[in-house]
Design a protein around this ligand. Structure first.
Ligand code: GLV
Ligand code: MN
Ligand code: MN
Length: 416
């Protein structure tokens, strides 16, 4: 596998073309689930897969499965993949490298004359990003049976639109949600290529990371209802300002993360909307979404409870009504050591040093790990920057990742 014909220039061109499909002007990439940009991006990628002659299937929530049939189609397939949705104000590499890079890996394997024993399947997961419904990894959660259909049916976006309504508009309405969950043993392995989204590989000048564990994420949504009124007329002691309660909650999140006792606890209030949003009106409603993670569950869970207690205390003191929802409270994923070993071997064969690492970001791999042996291949990104328009990995770094992915897929698809 040393001399696979990986075309780094073609891949970079595709990454750039996909980045141009965005709701915001370059260099910003914004592709929210089932937005016009997301739908066009799906068409673009499916077009590339058709060029390569791969079979495409889609499920009711919009997960896309692209299959290179193996010699023994009855064997569980080897899967790879990632996402092409992007948070507001994102860059062009998060998720995309694992999708377009996988297509390039498959092309290179095909051109090299490799014939897989097991089928190789590329999955483009729906809504890895939580922007629209507040919950990340929507597609992979449903595939793994980690989100009930009842909970999925109850999801609403900020405009009150349901998943049902949106998937119908996106053209997935005729498909059955009950069939999204994968049958046991559908896949023999899952390997996701992704940018590191952290600084370690670049700092240590190591081209490849292999993931042994993915940190445990959780998300809270808090809706606050106070009393609005005229900014000039309502005197300060009379106020029940929803925005100020939210501000105190955001500070309580910071404190809970800082004082958790673990340097790995991170807390972020990344969504904070207020109504009515007029300078001369006391905010009557606020809407917060809080992201809290850790590599260890006990410290994450203790911080979560502390935040929930703070919400109650702050709202009581300020005379604010609140609704608090746990949108997701997930365990960490432990990756499969045999697969980690295959990635280490691939790096070795290609002369690329591989570092074992923890992923602090979450990925669809978090849920794939619940249904099959899973690991991830990381490549460096400049300054560790991600979820920003200036996110960057060089064509060479990406090509290295694709080479390791291709070589790992080849090993896994050959083994019976
Ligand atoms: C994934 O995008 C994450 O927020 O970790
Ligand atoms: Mn992301
Ligand atoms: Mn990602």
């Amino acid at each position: 596998m040393n001399s696979l014909p990986i075309d780094g220039e073609r891949l970079q061109r595709q990454i750039d073309e996909l980045a141009a499909i965005s709701a915001a002007p370059a260099p910003v990439v914004t592709r929210v689930l089932f937005s016009e940009a997301d739908l066009r991006a799906r068409e673009y990628v499916k077009g590339l897969c058709r060029e390569v002659g791969l079979a495409i299937r889609e499920d009711a929530v919009g997960n896309v499965f692209i299959r290179w049939e193996g010699k023994d189609e009855k064997l569980p397939a080897v899967a790879t993949g990632s996402h092409i949705d992007a948070i507001p104000n994102a860059g062009r590499y998060d998720g995309v490298v694992g999708v377009l890079g996988a297509i390039e890996a498959i092309r290179a394997l095909q051109q090299s004359g490799f014939k897989p024993q097991r089928s190789i399947e590329l999955i483009i997961f729906t809504a890895e990003e939580p922007t629209r419904f507040g919950i990340g990894c929507l597609g992979s959660r449903l595939l793994a049976g980690a989100l009930s259909l009842e909970k999925a049916a109850s999801l609403r976006d900020p405009e009150g639109k349901s998943l049902e309504e949106l998937r119908d508009q996106a053209g997935y309405g005729g498909l059955d949600m009950k069939q999204v969950r994968l049958a046991p043993k559908t896949y023999s392995a899952f390997v996701e290529l992704h940018i590191e989204q952290g600084p370690l590989l670049e700092k240590e000048n190591i081209p490849i990371g292999v993931v042994e564990k993915i940190a445990a994420p959780s998300t809270l949504r808090v809706q606050l209802t106070g009393v609005g009124g005229h900014a000039g007329a309502v005197l300060m002691p009379e106020r029940h300002d929803a925005m100020l309660a939210g501000a105190e909650i955001a500070l309580a999140v910071e404190l809970a993360a800082l004082k958790s006792g673990s340097p790995d606890t991170v807390g972020t209030t990344g969504v904070f909307r207020i109504e009515p949003g007029a300078v001369n009106s006391v905010p009557c409603r606020a809407w917060l979404e809080i992201d809290l993670r850790d590599t260890q569950l006990p410290t994450r869970d203790a911080a979560l409870e502390k935040i929930e207690k703070s919400v109650a205390e702050i709202c009581q003191r300020r005379g604010i009504a609140f609704v608090l929802e746990r949108l997701n409270v997930d365990a960490p994923a432990i990756c499969d050591q045999a697969l980690v070993g295959r990635v280490l071997e691939s790096g070795d064969e290609l002369g690329l040093k591989v570092k074992k690492m923890i992923s602090r970001a979450y990925h669809d791999s978090l849920f794939m790990a619940q249904i099959c042996p899973t690991t991830m291949i990381f490549i460096p990104c400049r300054g560790g920057v991600s979820h920003r328009p200036d996110e960057y990995s060089s064509p060479e770094q990406i090509k290295n990742g694709v080479a390791v992915l291709a070589s790992t897929l080849a090993k896994l698809a050959s083994k019976v």
